[in-house]
Design a binder for this molecule. Structure first.
Ligand SMILES: NC(=O)c1ccc[n+]([C@@H]2O[C@H](COP(=O)([O-])OP(=O)(O)OC[C@H]3O[C@@H](n4cnc5c(N)ncnc54)[C@H](OP(=O)(O)O)[C@@H]3O)[C@@H](O)[C@H]2O)c1
Length: 257
């Protein structure tokens, strides 16, 4: 993880990048000279965010992408192909949560909505982008997960990141179960794509201030995205099929599945 990539990445797509974690990842990738396609489902918010990052001197291009809509994913792939010919980095960041209830009080539709975005959306976008990723010499896929998706942490009622106190690990269905499924999806893609040198990893930014967390957190947004960005720019032969979390040392923690 310390030596430079043998092939410098040039083109990245970050989903849900108009704000929050995705926006911070887009900024850090673009600051490395990478052309970033900034995916957003809302045109106005996406164009504004891309314009702000471009004004910082980066090559950031808005692309319309609602991860729950396969048509927009196909059109986004077509656009990236026309403008760049390939994709080196895919960051599946777009995510959502429904209100947290105990399992017995959770409406099935809340679980369905969480899966639509956090799991099926990742599959839709990944499959749309894979032909372009396969044209890269060093393709990387980062799925933005959460410690809340750790089944081990749930079973032990213990959060290895220390965000939740012992005995208070969230016991709810929609968001945690969707992130656990995302972790499973990450392993499956990592296994399929390992032989092609495409590295696929699940990474949590830890707990960082965004709209989703009502701007509370343990790390700053910038600290939280250092590890996702590192996993997006891994050198050849780097790890694949891993599940890690940002920490305040910058090194990152390995999470139990
Ligand atoms: N913040 C944390 O502490 C934390 C911790 C662990 C994991 N995460 C993960 O980090 C990722 C980003 O979260 P965040 O904290 O940055 O939340 P956020 O501020 O609410 O941002 C979520 C982003 O996802 C986009 N999005 C939602 N549904 C989408 C869809 N169907 N298609 C395209 N984009 C969609 C949102 O777009 P709109 O603006 O249009 O709604 C927004 O850009 C999520 O996967 C989340 O689970 C965050």
């Amino acid at each position: 993880m310390t030596s430079p990539a043998t092939t410098t990445p040039h083109v990245a797509l970050v989903t849900g990048a108009n704000k929050g974690v995705g926006n911070a990842i887009a900024r850090q990738l673009a600051a490395q000279g990478i052309t970033v396609f900034l995916g957003a489902r809302n045109e106005e918010r996406g164009r504004k965010a891309a314009a702000e990052l471009s004004a910082e001197g980066h090559d950031v291009r808005f692309v319309h992408l609602d991860v729950t809509d396969g048509t927009t994913a196909g059109l986004a792939a077509q656009r990236i192909e026309e403008e760049s010919g390939r994709l080196d980095i895919l960051v599946n960041n777009a995510g959502m949560s429904t209100p947290w209830h105990t399992p017995s009080q959770t409406p099935t539709d809340d679980v369905r909505q969480s899966f639509e975005t956090n799991v099926l959306g990742v599959i839709t976008v990944t499959n749309a982008m894979l032909p372009l990723l396969r044209r890269s010499q060093a393709a990387r896929i980062v799925n933005i997960s959460s410690v809340i998706g750790s089944l081990t942490a749930a079973a032990e009622n213990h959060d290895p990141t220390g965000v939740f106190s012992d005995g208070e690990f969230p016991n709810t269905l929609g968001y945690p179960v969707s992130k656990a499924a995302l972790n499973a999806v990450t392993i499956m893609y990592a296994n399929e794509l390992r032989a092609e040198g495409i590295l696929v990893n699940a990474v949590s930014p830890n707990w960082v201030p965004t709209d989703a967390t009502h701007h509370t957190g343990l790390l700053t947004l910038e600290q939280g995205v250092v590890l996702p960005v590192r996993m997006a720019t891994l050198p050849d032969g780097g790890p694949t099929g891993t599940y890690t979390c940002s920490d305040d040392t910058g090194k990152g923690l390995t999470l139990p599945w």
